[in-house]
Ligand binder design. Structure first.
Ligand code: CA
Length: 223
């Protein structure tokens, strides 16, 4: 069965774009153009994830999120404008799971949606991410290969987890930077290459040659 996503976004060009992209990714998509309509849909139908713009007519996204949270723990991803730092804080306080800053690359949005859905799915199915003999235990923050533990730093762990959550999809350097180091970090994209090198050599020491370079683009783990 297709996973259902609710998009609440008043800017028609953005909501239309999201609808097309998400449908292309095999999601079932419902769109609302103001906060009140979005809230009503969120209360009356079951969605796997909600993309919620902050600046909305009728009822703003923060308020919509707060009201949804009183009744439901459906994952909410906020869409915020670049300068709305306070909104992001308020949004996370209101119970949003994550946010993405506009304008965003669709690949980043899809990666965040997949991370959220996997996080939610894991609670129901399993606490592990696995590719062949490599297992990430997301409860214990532990990685093992053929039963042997890999000693990773927190950043290396986050990096590997991101790559495995996006199995068979290339993660660009920009995406990795945003997802692992965060939006307000002024680190250079070559930091990604340095960390990948560390991580890859640790994996190879164990006999796990998992991370492929896609030249000029980024990295991928294939399973
Ligand atoms: Ca808006």
């Amino acid at each position: 069965m297709k996973q259902k996503i609710l998009v609440v976004e008043d800017e028609k060009n953005i909501s239309r774009f999201l609808e097309l992209e998400l449908k292309h990714e095999q999601f079932e998509v419902t769109v609302a153009y103001d906060g009140r309509a979005g809230l009503e849909l969120a209360m009356n139908e079951k969605f796997d994830c909600i993309l919620l713009d902050v600046m909305l007519p009728e009822l703003n996204g923060i308020e919509v999120c707060r009201r949804i949270r009183k009744h439901s723990d459906v994952p909410v991803l906020l869409l915020t404008a670049r300068d709305e730092v306070m909104d992001r804080v308020a949004g996370l306080d209101a119970g949003a799971d994550d946010y993405i800053v506009k304008p965003f690359a669709i690949e980043e949005l899809l990666a965040r949606i997949r991370s959220i859905l996997r996080r939610v799915g894991q609670v129901k199915v399993s606490e592990q991410l696995q590719v062949r003999e490599l297992i990430i235990d997301t409860d214990a923050y532990e990685v093992t290969f053929e039963g042997r533990k890999l000693e990773l730093t927190r950043t290396e762990y986050d990096l590997l987890k991101l790559l495995i959550e996006n199995l068979n999809r290339v993660c660009t350097r920009e995406l990795i930077l945003e997802m692992v180091w965060g939006f307000d970090n002024e680190v250079e994209t070559n930091v990604v290459d340095v960390y990948i090198r560390h991580l890859r050599s640790k994996l190879q020491t164990m006999g796990a040659p998992y991370i492929e370079t896609v030249r000029g683009v980024g990295y991928v783990v294939r399973g």
